[in-house]
Write a protein that binds this ligand. Structure first.
Ligand SMILES: [Zn+2]
Length: 416
């Protein structure tokens, strides 16, 4: 019973807090809807500012509904016995064993996916469409979905099999082996993802010869950065939002620009955006994030190793453990469902570290490229993405991976 109460407190606190933060942000953005912040008044029109406010609020309202639905689903799976029913029916159908446990986890993922489907559909074809950002066809939506399921299954099911077999056969310290296996896998993905998986969803073409390419190569030389090529990705087939990123590690690093980014920004601005991304690399943010994620997953697996042996973990969350030791699937399922309720409270720490990294990358870009170009690129991107320029401070502190626009631009302006 004790754990039921702890779970319920964390559940109410986390879903309540999500709701409260979203409402704060909606109110704050709405209150600042009617005037462009002075530092942007020469660059952003009132109409653009209001579009950003309306878009931000529309996304938040959808998020509030999704938050409510996922709260209901979590309770339905756990305390209301959904997982127990699913587990028993699959036991009847498949008998005991690793196959039944895989089926249990796959069913949960599929059920959550089906519930999520109307939300993704609405978001893409109503919300994004209404604000002029959607470029995706319905055919592409479904082909993405089926490809996603196929790739997820082809990678996820063998991984699950490895973890469940370790749980069953590797003794008390199975979790160290499982952690090691998943860590090696995630390093492998850094190489597999850009070369084998991303091309299933997008076309990557080498950046064409010309002034932009020369300018970028000069920047790479200035920053002493070796990459395995510059690519342009057809992001425009899904969305009008623009971006630039790196993929891969070590010698396999690729630099990828969304075609939408190159359309919207002039070569100097593209260079500044890339310099920011190079900053993340040169300030070792990518390596730090990887190390932190390995450390966090080590702690998570240690916790899972211990908690999966506690009978109360199952009974207090509405399931009966199997008596013969085939509890790996149930433990993973419960852990997957319940742990976000607790880990939610760590969100501000991750956001804080991320915002610090963003300033460092901006400073790097100001140093190696141009603060002025990065400012004008950011203003264009805020406009094009209809990002709000007036976020609520508490919402930002909790969630935002990037500093709010006015602070970020003020920091860059100091470099001029
Ligand atoms: Zn960044």
């Amino acid at each position: 019973m004790t754990f039921t109460i702890i779970f319920l407190i964390a559940f109410i606190a986390s879903f309540g807090m999500r709701h409260w933060l979203a409402q704060r942000q909606i109110r704050h953005v709405f209150q600042h809807r009617d005037s462009v912040p002075t530092e942007f008044s020469s660059k952003v029109t009132l109409a653009e500012h209001q579009k950003a406010a309306d878009y931000t609020i529309a996304k938040l309202r959808l998020g509030v509904i999704e938050n409510g639905v996922s709260a209901i689903i979590l309770i339905a799976f756990t305390l209301l016995g959904g997982l127990e029913i699913l587990n028993l029916s699959l036991l009847q159908l498949l008998g005991e064993g690793v196959a039944q446990q895989i089926a249990l986890l796959v069913s949960i993922v599929l059920i959550s996916g089906v519930i999520d489907l109307p939300f993704s559909w609405y978001k893409q074809f109503y919300l994004e469409e209404q604000f002029g950002f959607n470029r995706m066809t319905k055919k592409l939506f479904f082909s993405d979905m089926f490809k996603g399921i196929a790739v997820g299954g082809a990678i996820g099911i063998p991984l699950l099999w490895i973890v469940l077999t370790l749980m069953l056969k590797a003794g008390d310290l199975w979790w160290i082996w499982a952690w090691a296996a998943l860590s090696i896998f995630s390093l492998l993905m850094q190489w597999i993802f850009p070369t084998l998986i991303a091309p299933l969803f997008n076309k990557f073409e080498a950046l064409e010869e010309g002034p932009l390419k020369n300018q970028i190569e000069a920047l790479l030389a200035r920053c002493d950065f070796a990459s395995q090529g510059l690519f342009v990705m057809d992001g425009s087939k899904r969305s009008a939002h623009g971006n630039a990123f790196f993929a891969g590690m070590g010698k396999a690093k690729r630099i990828v620009f969304f075609d939408t980014l190159i359309e919207k920004l002039n070569p100097g601005e593209v260079e500044a955006v890339l310099a920011h991304e190079l900053g993340h690399f040169k300030c070792k943010h990518i390596r730090k994030r990887l190390i932190v994620s390995f450390a966090l997953s080590f702690v998570t697996f240690a916790l899972l190793g211990w908690i999966s042996k506690q009978v109360w973990f199952y009974t207090d969350l509405g399931v009966m453990p199997n008596l013969n030791g085939y509890n790996g699937g149930l433990a993973l399922a419960l852990f997957m469902l319940v742990s976000p309720v607790f880990s939610f409270f760590l969100t501000p720490l991750g956001s804080l570290a991320s915002r610090k990294h963003e300033y460092e990358a901006d400073n790097f870009a100001a140093d190696k490229s141009s603060a002025q170009d990065l400012i004008s690129a950011l203003v264009k991107l805020y406009q094009d993405n209809a990002s709000t320029l007036t976020p609520d401070p508490i919402y930002t502190a909790f969630y935002s991976s990037h500093p709010p626009a006015p602070l970020r631009i003020a920091n860059l302006a100091r470099h001029r």
